[in-house]
Design a protein around this ligand. Sequence first.
Ligand code: BJW
Length: 233
Amino acid sequence: MTDIQSIVVLTGAGISAESGVPTFRGPDGLWEGHRVEDVATPDAYARDPDLVLDFYDQRRANLDRVTPNEAHEALGRLDAEWPGELLIVTQNVDDLHERGGATRLLHMHGELKKGWCLACDARAPFDGTMADRPACASCGTAGQIRPDIVWFGEMPYEMDRIDDALAACDLFVSIGTSGAVYPAAGFVQGARHHGARTLELNLEPSEGSIFFHESRMGRAGELVPAWVDEMLG
Ligand code: BJW
């Protein structure tokens, strides 16, 4: 892979699977006893806020029991050593990329460790239990903090920045994502449209596998360090 200056990496739940964080679309389409559609929509939150807040509280607490794996650490190394442009776009709401050393990173679907106050619109770090209906540190209103997570029907974060990076990149790499959720599922075609080379690293072919120039199948914990070694020569 010569002549590569600018890289965009997209990651999904598969990169955190070997850390013990469950993926969304397992064989039976269920996840921790819930269908994603039952908890990851604004309607679900309006219908049963206790269920939704508890679901995210449990996942936030679980972050303290997991650690970054070889794939997160390899991307942290790429971030530290790659001399050109790099943007790691994660769909994941865990903090394993940061803990693996990534800094050129954005969370397009939000973060478990952030809260969004619906009373004053402040988004702030959060590390407690939302089901207890805490007060907002900015405005003092109690019971109005929801997870700062992008649910179905909501606009993912930083789309302009992502679109600019996709248009300018020489290489687009997708890691551990099923390609089932848009707009992320369309990034490969966007990058190709602008002339980028495209590579998929996944356990099995994603829904958009045919759009990639190259697909490598296997565990992220093996494939990602090997690819990063290639890039850093
Ligand atoms: C391994 C591995 C190992 C395992 N090593 N690999 C009809 C057509 C097109 C679009 C739509 C449509 N109807 C509605 C839409 C839009 C909708 C959408 O895409 N729906 C689909 C269901 C069709 N999208 C939205 O609503 C988005 N917003 C939006 O579109 O706004 C309008 C807009 C317009 C124009 C431009 C921009 C925006 C918002 C989507 C929000 C998604 N939110 C979720 C939940 C977050 C909350 C939470 O975490 O609880 O985000 S859904 C869930 O899916 C989560 C994930 O980030 C996302 C992607 O999942 P991911 O990461 O791919 O996980 P899995 O489980 O699906 O796959 C794991 C993969 O890893 C598998 O392939 C495994 O094989 C692999 N793997 N172990 C390597 N060890």
